[in-house]
Design a protein around this ligand. Structure first.
Ligand SMILES: [Fe+2]
Ligand SMILES: [Fe+2]
Length: 149
């Protein structure tokens, strides 16, 4: 099943993470249609928390921050997606504590919105604004981070 969440093709700075988004989006749809087990979904949430979010938070967003400042004084797009990462973290912690499946469902809808927002908002700004040599640097650092997994 091929469903595109964005028709926009990214630059090399965002494409590795966009590729991961496609995979996540597929899993979210499968989960929402009850086609995969909760365990498989949980495994993917842990992959996001341990791998995908840190790559964005430690490599992509900090590289973009100085350039975004020139365009938007309040850093809103980065703050917004960071708040969503923390939202997923909090919901997952609650799920771990209480074991209530409703938290997994909340996580799945939050993640859908989140990916949509990154793909069509922040990532597009990065592709437009980040200077070419910075894009190369981000690509190599992401690639290296992905290899470490
Ligand atoms: Fe994210
Ligand atoms: Fe992401």
């Amino acid at each position: 099943m091929e469903r595109r969440i964005s028709d926009f093709t990214g630059s090399i700075a965002t494409q590795p993470l966009r590729d991961e988004h496609r995979k996540t989006y597929e899993i979210l749809e499968e989960f929402q249609m009850n086609r995969i087990s909760d365990e498989s979904f949980i495994e993917h949430i842990e992959f996001l928390l341990e791998h995908h979010f840190p790559l964005e938070e430690r490599i992509l967003f900090p590289s973009f921050e100085p350039y975004l400042k020139d365009f938007l004084p309040y850093m809103e797009p980065i703050k917004m997606v960071m708040a969503e990462h923390n939202g997923v973290r909090n919901l997952y912690r609650k799920f771990r504590e209480m074991g209530d499946r409703k938290f997994l469902i909340e996580i799945s809808s939050l993640l859908m919105q989140h990916i949509y927002k990154e793909e069509n908002g922040l990532f597009q700004q990065i592709d437009k604004i980040l200077p070419e040599e910075k894009k190369n640097e981000v690509f190599f650092r992401l690639h290296h981070g992905m290899m470490e997994k």
